[in-house]
Design a protein. Structure first.
Length: 242
């Protein structure tokens, strides 16, 4: 049984991406000037490409304010592996977005940057939807498995499994940052709606544990069971164990 969760199972990654874009665009059309949360990673790339098609067809995304979940630390904004670079290439420029916010991977004091970002989130106004992916270990944002849920934006060491998963994106595994700045669980849960995108057989076990297992900080995404409005869009492979 899935509590408070609406599940869409799509045939494949392309269909999952299109469905996710339709759901997100519908929310933006209803509340064009509200705040929205974005995620990076390989899973939402297809959805972002579909959003660009919707913009070309007439959907206006330009009025919304955006907040990203996380950023590597330390990393320069113009580094091709930074999440700022990812967002500028795949989302900000294609959708015509200007009111954008990410944690600053070049901030001299990462703890102070987390506090400043937390204040931005608190003052954002109506936060309509947060896009999420899920890590192989159940992390959302860079909230890694732990012995407690961390509520506020925080400076975190990345789990070895996360570093290993991200190493494919770098020329050398030693280049993968060992830390990140991430929005906390509380800010994720404050969004009125959560849109969780999941693709591939490799995510089937962790998706089932997150949505149907115990609510525990050792599986951070399990906290989504307590959110009143979660929409999961998964392909058949990812949803196989639900």
């Amino acid at each position: 049984m899935l509590r408070n969760i609406k599940l869409h199972v799509e045939a494949d990654y392309a269909a999952m991406s299109k469905k996710g874009a339709e759901i997100f665009a519908e929310a933006v059309r209803a509340k064009p000037s509200a705040a929205y949360g974005f995620a990076t990673g390989s899973t939402p790339e297809g959805m972002y490409a579909e959003l660009a098609k919707l913009r070309a067809a007439g959907t206006d995304f330009s009025q919304m304010t955006t907040f990203n979940l996380d950023e590597y630390y330390p990393i320069k904004a113009d580094d091709p592996q930074s999440y700022y670079f990812y967002m500028k290439q795949r989302v900000f420029d294609p959708l015509g977005l200007t009111k954008t916010n990410l944690p600053n991977g070049e901030a001299p004091d990462p703890e102070a940057e987390c506090e400043a970002y937390e204040n931005k989130l608190a003052n954002a106004g109506e936060f309509v939807m947060q896009i999420l992916g899920i890590g192989n270990n159940g992390h959302i944002g860079f909230n890694e498995p732990a012995d407690r849920f961390v509520c506020r934006a925080n400076y975190v060491p990345l789990a070895p499994s996360t570093i290993e998963a991200n190493a494919r994106l770098f020329d050398n595994p030693s280049q993968v940052p060992r830390h990140a700045l991430t929005v906390g669980i509380h800010s994720i849960m404050m969004a009125k709606r959560i849109l969780l995108l999941v693709s591939g057989a490799g995510k089937a076990d962790i998706l089932a544990a997150s949505l149907q297992g115990d609510i525990t900080p050792s599986v951070p995404a399990s906290i989504l069971q307590l959110h009143p409005c979660v929409t999961v869009v998964a392909d058949k492979a990812a949803a196989a164990k639900l």
